[in-house]
Write a protein of this length. Structure first.
Length: 562
């Protein structure tokens, strides 16, 4: 977790560190009511910086930071135990604790809590570990193999999301590329929504300005981490005065701050929690606003604000009859981003990418994309849809299984995922040769691949479930003359982290190695793929160029002189 991998590691809860009974949520809330909510929330923001969460894809404090902060945040008598657990690789301080603690503070009833005392440093350590103890859901046994797999997916997905290996800055750059590269590349007939106009109508300022503001906020967060001193004292606030040396109007700054932040008076609108990892309000408003300043409670959520505003917030404003078409539009954008990744980074000699391939007669698509690697073809289905919070966090096996079947396996009103890939395999293996495109006639092996936009595609057990459903329906006659491997799933973050390897390796080889490493396909994708390094995403030079270009645009558009 702390090293960017996705190995399961048990973090240290308060009860284990102290040898006391498991802390309850009621006990945590009783402790929180003793302190000023402002002091609690600003402490969460500062510790996110102090622990180094965010820019380097860190989700747990490393050994050195653990030792330093434990000395400030925990009683001296507990420090030897802290070091003992840390040496075993068990996380002490992690990003998920801060999310949990901040969320519980937000859910406290309105009171005169801001007149209460400031939370002491040593109390914060206990509160963090108690908040981590709240991130727990016991496994409920269910009957039936597929039901059991769905149950494991429902249990593990929140943990994967809380401590996943993804690089937060990549989510911002990915969506910025959607807006600036992929949408303009779409054929005119597919550009049936003006995202920039829809966004400005909803927010009252331009999407271009929003991109620049979010990126400016990201840079501030990175600078705060770079400017850490060894004293443990840090501010972390993003103040309106930070924009004084720009040409931005005060009204623009006010609107931007309001879009991403909440104040204490906004908290009554928070919906009841769906499950222990339900931080949807924090995801929507990752900055706490107080005294003309913003405190970033979660770097990852803050970086993702570009997408949540331009895609999901705009979606909510559209008439019901247009929402499906709007998501279809973004589905086309997502497919083009995958194509752009292969064009930008992959070695075309070993990975020949074909977007939206058609059968010989041109009347219907085979699948979303095909990558030809010698005599092997990787058949790709790309899935934009996000697993909704009511399913993702509920820990409900039946709800999860219904979602998997409807969105990744069979579909409802039209085939999806597994059903689409089965149709492609059938057509390419038993249909008349003259209907098959020329570049696929020499193929002897097919690898079906589903790429999801959200985390679920690379999470624990999901690949096992989806592959079993694929294998159940794979007919023997389809494999009489062709080999068909297990179906593989991954998310777009995993694909981005693979691109450096695809400059010299065939995608087919990497996927087959992933299958060989974990034939049951229960492991998270990164845990079974040796080609993905720990930590921040590497080797994406085009992304770096785009980020530098955006930084130059901000300097020009904001009129920055310093």
């Amino acid at each position: 977790m702390g090293d960017g991998s996705t190995q399961l590691q048990e973090w240290v809860p308060w009860s284990v560190l102290t040898g006391t009974p498991r802390a309850t949520l009621a006990e945590l809330r009783a402790l929180l009511r003793k302190y000023s909510r402002t002091s609690l929330l600003t402490a969460c923001a500062r510790l996110g910086i102090g622990f180094g969460f965010g820019p380097e894809a860190e989700t747990a404090a490393d050994f050195e930071r653990t030792g330093f902060w434990a000395g400030l945040l925990l009683p001296p008598e507990l420090i030897p135990k802290v070091f003992s657990f840390a040496k075993q690789g068990r996380p002490i301080f992690m990003q998920a604790q801060i999310r949990s603690l901040a969320a519980e503070v937000m859910r406290l009833p309105i009171s005169a809590s801001d007149g209460l005392e400031t939370v002491p440093d040593q109390q914060i350590g206990e509160l963090l570990l108690r908040a981590g103890e709240a991130l727990y859901k016991p496994l409920v046994k269910v009957e039936g193999l597929m039901e059991q797999l769905a149950n494991y997916i429902a249990l593990f997905l929140p943990y994967y999301e809380l401590n996943g290996p993804g690089d937060p800055i990549m989510s911002f750059l990915r969506f910025y590329i959607f807006l600036t590269i992929n949408i303009p590349r779409l054929p005119q007939e597919l550009r049936n929504f003006d995202v920039f106009a829809l966004f400005e109508a909803e927010f009252g300022f331009s999407l271009t300005l929003y991109c620049e503001f979010i990126f400016a906020f990201i840079n501030h967060a990175i600078l705060e981490r770079k400017n850490l001193t060894g004293s443990g004292r840090l501010d972390g606030a993003l103040r309106k005065t930070w924009f004084q040396k720009t040409t931005l109007l005060a009204d623009q700054i006010e609107k931007m701050f309001a879009t991403v932040s909440f104040g204490l008076n906004d908290l009554p609108d928070i919906k009841p929690s769906v499950g222990f990892a339900d931080f949807e309000f924090l995801r929507d408003r990752p900055y706490f606003a107080t005294d003309e300043a913003l405190y970033c409670l979660d770097y990852e959520y803050a970086v993702a604000k570009l997408e949540s505003g331009a895609l999901w917030r705009v979606l909510r404003t559209l008439p019901e009859k247009k929402k499906g078409a709007y998501l279809g539009f973004w589905g086309n954008v997502f497919e083009d981003y995958i194509a752009w990744l292969f064009e930008s980074y992959s070695n075309g000699q070993v990975n020949a990418f074909h977007a939206s391939p058609l059968y010989k007669n041109g009347d219907k698509p085979i699948c979303d994309a095909i990558v030809v690697c010698g005599t092997t073809a990787v058949l790709i289905e790309a899935k934009l849809g996000t697993c909704p919070a009511k399913v993702r966090y509920a820990g409900d096996a039946q709800a999860m299984q219904n979602y998997l079947e409807q969105k990744l396996v069979t579909g409802t009103d039209r085939p999806v995922g597994v059903a689409q890939l089965l149709t492609a395999v059938k057509s390419l293996t038993v249909d008349p040769m003259e209907s098959i495109p020329t570049n696929l006639r020499g193929i002897t092996k097919f690898i079906p691949l589903i790429i999801t936009k959200d985390e679920i595609g690379s999470s624990w057990v999901i690949n096992n479930y989806v592959n079993k459903r694929f294998q159940e329906q794979l007919k023997p006659e389809w494999t009489a003359q062709h080999a068909v491997t297990s179906l593989v799933t991954m998310n777009i973050s995993s694909l981005e982290r693979l691109m450096h390897a695809l400059s010299s390796n065939a995608l087919s080889d990497i996927l087959e190695q992933r299958i060989a490493e974990n034939p049951e396909l229960n492991l998270a994708f990164e845990s079974a793929c040796k080609h993905i390094p720990a930590g921040a995403t590497i080797g994406l030079s085009r992304h770096v160029e785009i980020m530098k270009s955006l930084a130059d645009e901000i300097v020009k558009d904001f009129g920055m002189t310093d």
